[in-house]
Ligand binder design. Structure first.
Ligand code: SF4
Ligand code: SF4
Length: 197
């Protein structure tokens, strides 16, 4: 049977532990919540975080330096060249393989491939992890304008060259005609048959 002393001790322990618990609860109850409601809210991410890549496509020259630097061949790109301009088909990065090492970033001569602060790669379909980093396909509008201007310049140059060649040929024909006339005239001492007879 429990003695009165033991009984009072148990009551005291129960009261004490309840008060300690309530003090801790009260302390946090008065503080601002620290829970982040992801994905609606996000904690700040350091600038040097190595997250999902992004590409400044307008600056990219399709030199393949990034793809060659990747140790596990994650990057593949395809573009058609029109002189100096590029018509983009694809620029993919396979996040099924990527280990976020950043080795593809350093050799870029145009500083146009970067690692961003985005990190969410949630999908039910693994093929969706092969990201296309292009922000547009085909040619950029200003590249199209530059290409048209270059074509016009090229056509004008070709026409000028053709005209110059035609003029040269005309001058040569005129010179030839003049020489033949000189040969045919009596003063020239040419082969007329009657000069010294
Ligand atoms: S971060 Fe590393 S593994 Fe990923 S694409 Fe760049 S070089 Fe390849
Ligand atoms: S290294 Fe830079 S410029 Fe060259 S293809 Fe990659 S992203 Fe483009």
């Amino acid at each position: 049977m429990v003695s009165a002393k033991q009984y009072i001790g148990n009551v005291w322990n129960a009261l004490h532990s309840t008060l300690v618990g309530m003090r801790i609860t009260g302390k946090y109850f008065l503080q601002k919540p620290i829970t982040v409601q992801y994905p609606d809210q996000r904690l700040p991410i350091p600038d040097r975080y190595r997250g999902i890549h992004y590409l400044e496509q307008e600056k990219c020259i399709n030199c393949l330096a990034c793809a060659r630097a990747c140790p596990i061949d994650c990057i593949e790109m395809d573009a058609i060249r029109h002189g100096k301009e590029l018509e983009w088909v694809s620029f993919t990065l396979d996040y099924q393989k990527c280990m976020f090492c950043e080795l593809c970033v350093y050799p870029c001569p145009k500083d146009c491939i970067h690692m961003g602060t985005e990190f969410a790669l949630v999908t039910e379909d693994r093929s969706e992890l092969n990201h296309d980093l292009l922000s547009f396909k085909g040619m950029a509008p200003d590249a199209r304008v530059r290409m048209k201007e270059a074509e016009v310049k090229k056509a004008a140059k070709a026409a000028a060259k053709e005209a110059a060649a035609a003029q040269k040929a005309e001058e040569a024909t005129a010179e030839e005609g003049g020489a033949e006339q000189d040969d045919a005239s009596p003063e020239s001492g040419g082969d007329t048959g009657g000069g010294e007879a």
